[in-house]
Design a protein around this ligand. Structure first.
Ligand code: COA
Length: 322
């Protein structure tokens, strides 16, 4: 019998301060009605000046550790997905390790934009399946508000801040059933975040804001997520009816609805959090998972399909028996 990576704890953190659509309509030419209709978002959270990807990650991670009922020192590896790290180096995972007071474990970051948490989960799953590690902490933490151009109505309406975490443990019981991750670099120009200090000589990207051609991203996202759903079901020899919950990346309600339609799932079986938190990039799937676990929607033994899509493009899925 194989070894599975089983979720033993989840956690999440959203900053206190909310920025509503009305607030944004004071900054750019937009309206609550337009944002709600085109995206499904009503408000998003904005981190305080003294918060960061590492500080938010710590709160989410401590919650997951507490739920799991383990000591932080038992963790073998910390994998943090973030596109908005406090520092390029040390990694946010190293900062988090220190904040958690852990000395004996490995920590590193994964950068796959909004798909980051699925990539991190996939890596963690491989380590656990091979027996290299027994307990792995996976975190997605993003401070998008600092890299959004608050004068660009095409992007500033979408993003928010937050952190999500989960703890995986080696178990004879399933577990993560499969993960599927992909990337295709040809779409670089449709969605990117420059690193101005490094890139300016090459690309003239002299400000570090998210650049996005939203409509084109939208179309690729819908197609790609449809394909990954098929790939995931085929790999597990499962019919779509086997899935209890879709836990999607929270970018746009219309993208989520398209995936649910493909699965012939009612929106009742889809975890949607974007209305109150917007797109929190690599934190989004973990925050959605945490919310539905905590409020009792997701129950032990149910089958969950997690999926995400982001800059790169990158995309991925995970099928999990919770
Ligand atoms: N308020 C009002 N009007 C806006 C607007 C806003 N915030 N943003 C754009 N518009 C306008 C455009 O200027 C355009 O006007 P025009 O027809 O006069 O040129 C019109 O609305 C349609 O623009 P378009 O970009 O085609 O809208 P859309 O329906 O594609 O919605 C997004 C824009 C950004 C909401 C949508 O494309 C989206 O969500 N894309 C995916 C983004 C995403 O998921 N990114 C992250 C991936 S991880």
């Amino acid at each position: 019998m194989g070894t599975y990576a089983r979720i033993i704890g989840t956690g999440g953190y959203l900053p206190e301060s909310q920025r509503t659509n009305e607030d944004i309509s004071l900054l750019v030419d937009t309206s609550d009605a337009w944002i709600l209709e085109r995206t499904g978002i009503k408000s998003r959270r904005i981190a305080a000046a003294d918060e960061s990807a590492a500080s938010m990650a710590e709160i989410a991670a401590r919650q997951a550790i507490e739920v799991a009922g383990i000591a932080a020192e038992e963790i073998d590896a910390i994998i943090v997905a973030t596109g908005t790290p406090d520092r390029v180096y040390p990694s946010t995972a190293c900062l988090l390790q220190h904040r958690l007071g852990i000395q004996q474990c490995v920590g590193f970051d994964v950068q796959a934009a909004c798909s980051g948490s699925i990539f991190a989960l996939s890596i963690a799953d491989q380590y656990i399946k091979t027996g290299m590690y027994r307990k792995v902490l996976v975190v997605g933490s993003e401070i998008c508000s600092r890299v959004v151009d608050w004068t660009d109505r095409g992007t500033c309406i979408l993003f928010g801040d937050g952190a999500g975490a989960l703890l995986l443990e080696a178990s004879a019981e399933p577990g993560v059933l499969s993960t599927h991750i992909h990337s295709d670099g040809q779409y670089e120009e449709l969605l990117y975040l420059p690193n101005p200090q490094v890139a300016s000589a090459l690309t003239k990207d002299d400000v570090g804001f998210i650049n996005m051609r939203g409509n084109e991203v939208f179309k690729v996202a819908v197609n790609t997520l449809g394909r990954i759903v098929d790939e995931t079901l085929a790999a597990n020899n499962l019919d779509k009816t086997a899935i209890d919950w879709l836990v999607p990346h929270q970018a746009n309600i219309r993208i989520i609805e398209a995936t649910a339609r493909k699965l012939k799932m009612s929106m009742e079986q889809v975890v949607v959090t974007l209305q109150h938190q917007g797109n929190t990039s690599s934190a989004s799937v973990l925050l959605a998972l945490n919310e539905a676990v905590r409020d009792g929607r997701i129950q032990r033994g149910q089958i969950l399909l997690l999926e995400a899509f982001g800059a790169g493009f990158t995309w991925g899925s995970a099928l999990i028996k919770y």
